[in-house]
Design a protein around this ligand. Structure first.
Ligand code: ADP
Ligand code: CDP
Length: 211
């Protein structure tokens, strides 16, 4: 059964695509970014210093999955904090086993994140690296946040996204990068339906199937 890895920068549409791939191929989906967001939210609420590897690592080891439903999970502050805590090796190693176990399900799986094709599931049968122009990504995230009732400016969202991408690509432990065997999917000029169609086509071809 197919194991599919989807990576890419913030608001590129990787979650939307990964969810759709899960439905199309009939495999469960894991949004790994949400795990880092849960850790960030726990750390923020406990007043931890976000560079405290041991303290934040303990939050990752005792993952409070009820926070997946928290209203603040998708907020910009949580995303920024997630990008800070995700650079801590203690946090990455505490989340490794959970993600690897999800990927190893006998029925297959699709995971999206930053290091799925490179670290979590390098053996994946199909890999996509989803990207889009930074301005396009900022626009999408801005629309998403304002639809959720958040008061943000598009300029601020763009600045946050650029800062987060730089940190995610520049960290020593599992940096964001395209795996050598991943297909690049630029969604800048594609709406959701077209992006999903293209993703299904690329993954089907990697799996040696007709889409
Ligand atoms: N191709 C697309 N065109 C327009 N909007 C998109 C596209 N893909 C995703 N979106 C929207 O952009 C936002 C971010 O998408 P998401 O899949 O959550 O990105 P990521 O998981 O990469 O952060 C969501 O509101 C989503 O509905
Ligand atoms: N596999 C992953 C997934 C997310 N992350 C981190 O978690 C943060 C939040 O991830 P996310 O996927 O929810 O962010 P968006 O792309 O949705 O904005 C990212 O900025 C990364 O720093 C990671 O390091 N490794």
């Amino acid at each position: 059964m197919p194991l599919i890895a989807v990576d890419g920068p913030a608001a590129s549409g990787k979650g939307t695509i990964a969810r759709a791939l899960g439905r199309h191929f009939g495999v469960p989906h894991l949004d790994t970014g949400a795990l880092y967001r849960v850790v960030a939210l726990s750390a923020l609420r406990s007043g931890l210093d976000l560079s405290d590897g041991a303290g934040v690592g303990a939050k990752a080891a005792a993952l409070d999955l009820s926070l997946l439903e928290d209203a603040e999970l998708r907020g910009a502050q949580t995303g920024e904090a997630a990008s800070l805590v995700s650079a801590l090796p203690e946090v990455r190693s505490a989340l490794l086993a959970f993600q690897k176990a999800f990927a190893a399900q006998p029925g297959g799986a699709v995971l999206d994140g930053r290091d799925i094709g490179t670290v979590i599931a390098p053996e994946a049968a199909a890999k996509l690296f989803v990207t889009a122009a930074a301005e396009t990504r900022a626009r999408r995230r801005f629309l998403e946040l304002t639809a959720a009732g958040r008061d943000v400016s598009e300029e601020r969202v763009l600045a946050d996204i650029l800062a987060r991408d730089a940190r995610d690509m520049g960290r020593a432990d599992a940096p964001l990068r395209q795996a050598a065997d991943a297909d690049l999917l630029d969604t800048s000029e594609l709406d959701i339906a077209a992006a999903v169609r293209k993703a299904v086509e690329l993954v089907s071809s990697q799996l040696g199937r007709v889409s």
